[in-house]
Design a protein around this ligand. Sequence first.
Ligand SMILES: C[S@@+](CC[C@H](N)C(=O)[O-])C[C@H]1O[C@@H](n2cnc3c(N)ncnc32)[C@H](O)[C@@H]1O
Length: 267
Amino acid sequence: MKPFVKWAGGKRQLVAILQEELPERFDTYYEPFLGGGALFFSQLPQKAAISDINSHLINAYTIIRDELPCLLQALSRHQNTPDYFYAIRAQDPTTLSKVEQASRFIFLNRTCFNGLYRENKKGKFNTPFGKYKNPNILDATNLTAIHGYLNEKSISISCHDYKKVRSTAQKGDFVYLDPPYVPLTPTANFSSYTKQGFTLQDQEDLAALFKELSHKGVKAMLSNSNTEIVRELYRGFDIKTVSAKRAINCKGGSRGEEPNEVIVRNY
Ligand SMILES: C[S@@+](CC[C@H](N)C(=O)[O-])C[C@H]1O[C@@H](n2cnc3c(N)ncnc32)[C@H](O)[C@@H]1O
């Protein structure tokens, strides 16, 4: 099983390193900045609570779990041409059924430029056509495996803010936090945080939550950029510096760069 979407900030390049840093034992696995869920799919925990604030993304996970045959049918109807792509992109998702929304979301993700999910100020998906020769729009094998797993195990899927984990995660649980990163580039200013929808204040709130989880006995691991702000926010915790090559890099710096990242743990 692997992520069914390409996702900005996806952790596929870093999974092997993250796996080594996981705690040996934990009860429920929490991933409140789920995105493509690279670590989640590499672990396939028995009990998990996965969530993200992006409702289109979470709808796709839910439909894969609950309505796979209809989704596969809808995906099989898509075409990889610019005209078709722009027609689908122009649709207002709120006029579509939940299955059609998931199908549209996966289609756009597979065929758009770089697989980069991006919305304009009005919340409209605005990435251009990707011109891929053979995009894997209908990956029935992977989607079927994910469907089986999500139904067999005890996995809750929700769309909400990461802060909910403060009240839900209990002693002995494990939380993996992979927020939008603090920008790495020296030219990046604070407005860049806002553009990504995650402000410096959000980074500070997240660090406060990390501390609260620690006091509660919840094991927590966080990824972020190797910046002074981050090292300062998590001072006193175990901080490892790692390097990951990315196919998609929306976290400051340009595509193909090797950004320095940190893995912070409270155990
Ligand atoms: C760096 S990405 C996670 C990438 C993921 N680990 C992967 O492997 O694909 C950050 C995610 O956080 C989500 N996000 C941003 N702000 C959030 C918030 N306040 N609460 C919950 N999720 C949020 C975004 O929608 C995005 O999917």
